[in-house]
Design a protein around this ligand. Structure first.
Ligand code: HEM
Length: 633
């Protein structure tokens, strides 16, 4: 079967595989990020009168039952027999069945593996039994909360390879246009296209390999974080076959295989006039987009509980823009620069490559900025969180480096397009055609631009491996009211919460009808609790009547500080439920964080800014397309 027929045959098969992958991806869309411990019973540092039979640990989202676990040590460091399970009805709850425990001090080291992005979190809960228990004698157990560098480096390779792939295909198909130039320039551009495609093929193979190493890393990290002697191979297979991320891994590897086959530099492909046929170009773009969607579905963006699809879309656009810009620069530096460096018509050749890239780069810079601003608003709670957390600080360094890439880009453009330096030349009384930097320095500047771009990707690896700064340094209103009332139908419904702190509270409900005689008997008062900061599901309890119109219940439903919705449902005989919905704030306890710049949630502001930038970008793109069309008429 000739190479051409193989390619056509392959394209058809490729399309159908792609379709299946896409459907599969939509099906497994829901995901999440680092699993934080919200609260436990018994609570950390509790001194109990009697020994508990079980411990319960609630996490901020679904944890995997295969790779989450715990270890219990007594004050002498002896490990005690326990059984650990994830509650089948609530996959955010880890249940630890304890042996009979004599009075004393105990340390429980827990490890939770997020079902969504494969990050593991660890922690320690110390508690005592009996009056004389001295928590200071508890066995200290190291818990590893640091960002793991092997993961950061693997993420860096992943981003460099897949964004490099995006840049290679974009430059070959959208930037290098041999047909628009004289023969010698056209010949060099054609050679550059084929060279870049060969590199792209190697990048796709290298991505496949990094994917395999990633599984090895995941298996090693998991095997070492949870107790139990499962072999690395068994852990790897369990991860690949039983976790959401395993499923995404298969999808990613499949897309990469199809990509590698499509980019395979068969001899006929190399002899062809145009490096990539129009259908193949579309096919490659769809494959690359699928790859970026898969990547985004395992990122922090997929963890967000509200507007998840928008966050995942923005993350994907961010990757597209980063691929076009930094990946495109990489393609030009490794694909075209070596072919033109020694050439006499160096400047003309660079013009032919970097000239058309300028427009694409400008478009991608604005897109990467807009989508980056949006993601910052979703992943970082406030300006104070940006400067006071590891995540925020890393992001600031990344933005600083990104601006440096932009500066290099502007310098290079000023050399390539002297008209851009004209206003400066005029200001400085320089001759026409003057540029701030001599053209001889262009190759070094171009390489510097790419190196800083690769450093941005390293920072992206660090940011995505770190716990986010969502919900950090957010001004949870410390003077939040602890009692509110509402009028619903003919009912006046009042709610008060005491002491209104995260953890154990007493809820008092007063529900009285304004009509006399009252229209119907109250059968039940149900309280429903929904945390607005994260998807913790909804908890509901019945309050008990203690006197006419007055109802009471105690419990730890409000287990984290922040914003909640509490619905008080008054169920009466023969009438529709009367529901009072209260926006409720549980203030933070403990020392108040000093405000540095602002601890007000900045998400709405950054989202608005990002949308304005995107609208401007969209508008400019439409105008320039119309202009281009008119100029061809
Ligand atoms: C050269 C410019 C840039 C490049 C190459 C770049 C690259 C990346 C990459 C590869 C990711 C990982 C996405 C994922 O895992 O799915 C990412 C995420 C992110 N980027 Fe950028 N970025 C750039 C500029 C920016 C800018 C200017 C901002 C902020 C204004 C920004 C904010 C973010 C945020 C908040 C995330 C999400 C991280 C997470 O998942 O936790 N980026 N970026």
């Amino acid at each position: 079967m000739g190479v051409m027929r193989f390619h056509e045959k392959f394209n058809r098969t490729g399309w159908s595989i792609l379709l299946t992958v896409l459907i599969g991806l939509v099906a497994v869309h829901r995901a999440s990020a680092h699993a934080y411990l919200l609260h436990s019973e018994p609570a950390a540092n509790a001194i109990l009168d009697t020994a508990p039979e079980t411990m319960r640990l609630w996490f901020s989202e679904i944890i995997s039952s295969e790779f989450s676990g715990a270890m219990l040590l007594d004050a002498d460091g002896q490990s005690l027999d326990i059984t650990v399970t994830v509650d089948p009805n609530d996959h955010t709850l880890l249940v630890v069945n304890l042996p009979e425990l004599p009075d004393g001090v105990y340390s429980l080291r827990w490890a939770a593996h997020s079902e969504a992005d494969g990050h593991s979190t660890q922690g320690l809960i110390v508690f005592g039994i009996g009056e004389g228990a001295d928590l200071g004698t508890a066995t200290a157990v190291a818990t590893d909360t640091a960002v793991s560098w092997p993961e950061v480096v693997l993420r860096w390779f992943t981003y460099t390879l897949i964004l490099g792939l995006v840049g290679m295909v974009a430059v070959t198909t959208l930037v290098l246009k041999p047909a628009n130039f004289s023969d010698n320039v056209a010949a060099v551009l054609r050679a550059a296209q084929k060279r870049i495609l060969r590199i792209a093929w190697r990048l796709s193979l290298a991505s496949l390999l990094v994917g395999v190493i990633w599984v090895g890393w995941q298996a090693y990290a998991l095997a070492s974080s949870v107790s139990g002697n499962i072999s690395l191979l068994a852990t790897a297979w369990q991860w690949l076959s039983q976790t959401r991320l395993g499923l995404f891994w298969w999808a990613r590897q499949m897309v990469l295989l199809v990509l590698a086959a499509s980019l395979w530099p068969g001899e006929r492909q190399m002899e062809r006039e145009t490096a990539v046929s129009p259908t193949q170009r579309i096919f490659l773009f769809v494959l690359l987009l699928t790859l970026l969607v898969v990547q985004s579905l395992t990122s922090h963006a997929a963890a967000l509980t509200s507007q998840t699809t928008l966050a995942v879309t923005m993350n994907t656009l961010h990757l597209v823009a980063a691929g076009l810009w930094v990946g495109g620069l990489l393609a030009l530096v490794v694909g075209l620069l070596p072919l033109v460096r020694q050439k006499d018509d160096f400047t003309a050749l660079v013009q032919a490559g970097w000239g058309p890239f300028g427009r694409l780069a400008a478009f991608s810079v604005v897109l990467v900025l807009a989508t980056g601003i949006y993601s910052t608003g979703r992943e970082v709670g406030s300006a104070d969180a940006m400067i006071s957390t590891f995540y925020g600080q890393t992001l600031m360094v990344k933005i600083g480096l990104m601006l440096t890439v932009g500066l290099f880009g502007a310098l290079n453009s000023s050399i390539l397009h002297p008209r851009l330096s004209a206003p400066l030349a005029h200001l400085l009384h320089k001759l026409q055609g003057w540029t701030p930097i001599s053209a001889r320095r262009l190759p070094r500047l171009i390489v510097a631009e790419v190196i800083v771009g690769l450093l941005v990707l390293l920072l992206a690896g660090l940011v995505t491996a770190a716990p986010t700064a969502r919900g950090v340094a957010i001004a949870a209103n410390r003077n939040a009211p602890s009692s509110l009332s509402q009028r619903v139908d003919d009912m006046v419904i009042g709610l008060s919460v005491n002491p209104n702190q995260a953890g154990q509270n007493i809820f008092t409900v007063r529900a009285a009808s304004t009509r006399r005689p009252t229209p119907a008997k109250v059968l039940r008062i149900i309280l429903r609790f929904t945390y607005l900061g994260q998807d913790l599901g909804m908890a509901s309890v019945d309050a008990a009547e203690i006197e006419p119109d007055l109802y009471l219940i105690g419990g730890s439903q409000l287990n984290v500080a922040g914003n909640w919705q509490i619905d008080v449902v008054v169920r009466r005989q023969g009438l529709e439920d009367s529901i009072a919905s209260f926006e409720w704030t549980v203030p933070e306890t403990g020392p108040q964080q000093p405000v540095i710049i602002s601890n007000r949630p900045w998400e709405p502001l950054l989202t608005a800014l990002a949308m304005v930038l995107l609208l401007l970008l969209g508008g400019t793109a439409v105008i320039s397309i119309i202009k281009a069309k008119n100029s061809h008429l």
